[in-house]
Design a protein around this ligand. Structure first.
Ligand code: FAD
Length: 440
């Protein structure tokens, strides 16, 4: 059975790794399961970007840290995402943040988003992480006239208020970059992409070198608060920890800890990767060099040219995990790709896989600790976490160490809100997908 966070008991080591393009290119280093009862100052649950980034920051500050994952390094989103390095997280644009919380807060959030990308690139350099970092243009593509007008207006605000480096291009100017159908204009800015599995492997190796203990294939099945600390139960041994970091994201078991239970909604995102484009296909589509693209649909499609000339194309997956849903998600992605690039109608899809994205009720992640800084968590990135989870892990570690963060920002103010009628989330998602299809 494939993993489904709302149905399965939790991630277990016997689950198959995703049959992804990334896994075909790279195998991360492996680390042993827990083989004794241990004591640690900081226990971090989850060896994805958030957990390993928090561990790295704590280790850099001289703390004793143990990272525990239910599976191998990067089994969650970190090892199976699209590899877009985005300047942002959640689902708010800076202008929407300004309208809701005011311009000063939006500027503070902009700084956090920029810091996230700088942190990522500086760590890649500092720790010599080979993750195929690939610069190239990032295009936001309007899928109808109304979106093109909105995109242009947003770009003007982003430039004037938030000093962004975006440029609006008309539909005809866009065709100079890429020969795409049903495009009504777009915004271009410098972008970055990478191999996400190599990145998470690099984080783990950096942690390991700094003395972080990493245990894998060890699901935490229960968290007991002992008053002075925590006892983490696994199927074999126990981890006694003074402080606890929860970084299990959308892969968190259903009932795990009150600070995260029912506070995020795991939503599936799916990806296909084609065979390498032929020269004729590259010329016909304009997909001749590394570039990243995302459209403006409510259920967005995201795609990028990979270094070896394949096209990665992603979008929403099915509501629950299963073979039937996979087949229709794959077909939907292939059809959307061919609708955008008719020259790819005969291309083979070599890879298809899914992952669970953590969506918060109010579309904003949180990086929170309790008042004693003994328990902390960060999640709810809504599908944008390659750069932001690095910053979230760092800020989480800083908060756990009692250091100050900019608590004016809504990221740090209160916990993730609880989903009311949590059991109805999937019914609501089905309705949303049906509505989004009509709205296209
Ligand atoms: C298909 C897809 C495409 C995406 N594309 C992009 C993109 O292009 N750009 C972008 O910015 N973001 C993208 N994202 C989102 C991004 O990948 C995530 O936001 C990010 O990886 C979150 O990292 P994380 O460390 O918080 O969580 P994860 O990487 O999900 O790690 C959580 C870990 O917790 C472990 N775990 C869970 N339960 C337990 C337990 N009980 N005991 C021990 N361990 C446990 C899991 O095994 C897992 O390894 C995408 C996501 C998906 C699914």
């Amino acid at each position: 059975m494939p993993y489904d966070p709302l149905k399965s008991a939790g991630v277990t080591p016997d689950l198959p790794r995703p049959d992804s393009y990334w896994a075909s290119m790279h195998t991360p280093a492996s680390y042993a399961p827990l083989d004794a009862n241990i004591h640690t100052r900081f226990a971090v649950i989850g060896a994805g970007y958030t957990g390993l980034s928090a561990a790295l920051e704590l280790a850099e500050a001289g703390q004793e840290v143990t990272v525990i994952d239910a599976h191998e390094i990067g089994f969650g989103c970190a090892g199976r995402n699209g590899g877009f390095v985005l300047k942002g997280t959640g689902r708010y644009t800076l202008n929407a943040i300004a309208n809701k919380w005011g311009e000063q807060i939006a500027l503070g959030m902009r700084d956090e988003f920029n810091d996230a990308v700088s942190l990522l690139t500086s760590r890649i350099q500092r720790y010599g992480i080979d993750c195929d970092l690939q610069p190239g243009p990032y295009l936001k593509i309007a899928h109808n006239q109304k979106s093109a007008i909105a995109l242009q207006a947003a770009q003007e605000i982003n430039r004037s208020k938030f000093a962004s480096d975006e440029t609006f291009v008309s539909a005809s100017a866009l065709q100079e970059h890429i020969n795409i159908q049903h495009a009504f204009g777009g915004v271009i800015q410098p972008g970055l992409a990478l191999n996400p599995l190599k990145l998470v492997d690099g984080y783990a190796k950096a942690c390991h070198r700094l003395g972080v203990r990493i245990v894998t294939n060890t699901p935490v099945t229960n968290i007991a608060n002992t008053g002075s600390g925590f006892e983490l139960h696994t199927n074999s041994y126990k981890v006694c920890a003074e402080r606890l970091v929860i970084a299990s994201n959308a892969y968190t078991p259903k009932m795990f800890h009150p600070c995260v239970d029912k506070r995020q909604f795991p939503v599936q995102s799916s990806i296909i990767v084609t065979a390498p484009l032929s020269k004729a296909q590259r010329n016909a589509t304009g997909l001749t060099r590394p570039m990243m693209m995302m459209d403006t649909r409510m259920m967005k499609y995201y795609y990028r040219m990979l270094p070896d000339g394949r096209l990665l194309f992603g979008g929403r997956g099915s509501v629950s995990a299963g073979v039937r849903g996979d087949a229709s998600s794959r077909r939907r992605l292939e059809q959307a790709m061919v609708a955008s690039f008719p020259a790819l109608r005969d291309i083979k899809t070599d890879y298809f896989w899914n992952g669970w994205v953590s969506v918060s009720l109010d579309n904003l992640p949180r990086i929170m600790t309790d008042s004693n800084h003994k328990t902390g968590y960060a999640m709810g990135y809504c599908g944008s976490g390659v750069s932001f989870a690095a910053l979230a892990g760092k800020r989480l570690a800083q908060r756990m160490l009692g250091e100050s963060v900019d608590t004016r920002l809504p990221l740090y103010q209160d916990g993730l809100p609880i989903y009311p009628f949590a059991g109805m989330r999937r019914m609501a998602l089905r309705a949303l997908y049906a509505w989004a299809k009509l709205a296209e």
